[in-house]
Design a protein around this ligand. Structure first.
Ligand code: ZN
Length: 436
């Protein structure tokens, strides 16, 4: 995600989640005793298949769970009304407690499939399905849209089907994400959309845009150099993970909203930012860092945002030219000056999943900009081409998995012999500008 330059009010979703759902007893066709619902977050979500009806605001989630040595399965469902839970054999007992769905799922040595039928609701901006027609659940609001594990360390593949769309409007979404991805990656957008093809990358990925009718010029402006930058990332970082088509979708986030969100393969950009090429490249880079490689700890947000903020400048420099790269760094320098003078922060806290990414100040502009300056300092020490190769190796090692920033530091040292620790201490774990 790129920072949104409006006041972002965080209200914990607590809609209609306190009532107890009561599951139906298993029908007579099964000969097992019903398993009581219990809390179990360790059972891995392997695949999430969603069928969403926009007319009735209902969803049917078919969720494949990994094996588990203990009974139960739990999901975030803070903003949902759960209507039924079943396995392929029949209904399962369940209950909803403070936004958490617990299911009576037996111990299984194999994968098991759950079918959860639910209702969802229009939420406040950036907390689920929004009145503007699109969804956004970063960082932990997926439970307002579908049953999920909101923490990115548990990735899931997805399929998605949207029906009941108002006549004359188009729903833009990926039908499948066949790669372990964070829950916040999945999204859809419904509107009066026009499809604008931009071209095919050197690796064969079709890059496209979806804009509201009349905004075709924004697609052209925002797409200038995007096909080339995307191809550079494919060649430098590794194959694109989300299929043969990728691109940007214009969404209505409300007046004053800017920025974008890494909903690969079809990332979203605030309506007024649609013509901003740098933001498209930033969101594109999340296909490798932040989506393709997930965060093991929220405190590692710099591994997502810092890395892609650096890669935005680097990829444009390589794919478009040094002027484009310098222009991005000029913007970063202005932001850095502002951060240092007003709201500087430690961008890589020394803990793991102890802090709240929103409430405890991890999600700030500093994590993007100081993260980018950290990588630039490493590039100046080892050579930018050498750092490119490390970023490619890191993706090769961790694609489809969760990783930490410490693992990045370790790989830089292993592959280059250069210890980036002091630069990380200066840029990521201190206030101020270590170069000043
Ligand atoms: Zn971002």
């Amino acid at each position: 995600m790129r920072p949104i330059y409006i006041f972002l009010t965080v209200v914990l979703a607590a809609t209609g989640c306190d009532e107890d759902g009561v599951g139906t007893d298993p029908d007579g066709g099964t000969d097992t005793n019903p398993v009581e619902p219990s809390e179990n977050w360790d059972r891995d979500i392997v695949k999430t298949g969603l069928e969403v009806d926009m007319e009735t605001m209902t969803g049917r989630a078919t969720i494949t769970m990994g094996p588990s040595e203990s009974a139960g399965a739990s999901f975030d469902v803070g903003g949902l009304e759960i209507d039924s839970v079943a396995s392929e054999e029949g209904p399962l007992l369940f209950e909803v407690i403070e936004g958490r769905l617990d299911i009576g799922l037996p111990i299984e040595e194999e994968e098991s499939v759950l079918i959860i039928e639910y209702e969802f609701y229009t939420q406040a901006v950036f907390e689920g399905y929004m009145s503007g027609g699109s969804t956004l659940t970063w960082p932990y609001y997926c439970g307002n849209l579908f049953p999920c594990h909101s923490h990115p360390k548990d990735g899931t593949a997805f399929t998605l089907e949207i029906t009941g769309v108002e006549a004359g409007k188009t729903a833009v979404y990926p039908e499948a994400i066949a790669f372990d991805s964070p829950s916040y990656q999945l999204a859809w957008a419904i509107g009066d959309y026009v499809h604008v093809p931009l071209g095919t990358s050197i690796e064969g990925t079709e890059i496209e845009m979806w804009v509201f009718a009349g905004n075709e010029q924004a697609a052209a402006d925002g797409g200038e150099g995007l096909v080339e930058a995307f191809g550079w990332m494919e060649q430098t970082l590794g194959p694109y993970s989300y299929g043969e088509v990728a691109g940007g979708v214009q969404v209505e986030w409300g007046a004053g909203a800017l920025g974008g969100m890494e909903h690969h393969p079809l990332w979203h950009l605030a309506s007024g930012a649609m013509g901003d090429r740098d933001i498209h490249v930033h969101e594109a880079a999340h296909g490798w860092y932040g989506d393709g490689i997930r965060l093991a700890c929220w405190e590692d947000l710099v591994l997502s945002e810092g890395t892609v903020t650096y890669l935005t400048a680097r990829s444009l420099g390589q794919a478009v030219g040094s002027e484009a790269e310098q222009s991005v760094w000029n913007d970063y320098q202005s932001e850095l000056n502002y951060i240092l003078s007003s709201n500087d922060s430690i961008v890589w806290p020394d803990s793991c999943n102890e802090l709240d990414v929103l409430d405890d100040g991890i999600f700030t502009r500093a994590v993007y900009i100081k993260g980018a300056y950290f990588y630039r300092a490493v590039a100046q020490a080892v050579g930018p081409d050498v750092l490119d190769a490390v970023l490619g190796s890191f993706f090769d090692e961790h694609a489809g998995e969760a990783a930490t920033m410490q693992e990045m530091l370790d790989l830089i040292q292993i592959e280059t012999g250069f210890d980036p620790g002091p630069l990380a201490d200066g840029w990521l774990r201190s206030l101020g500008n270590p170069d000043a």
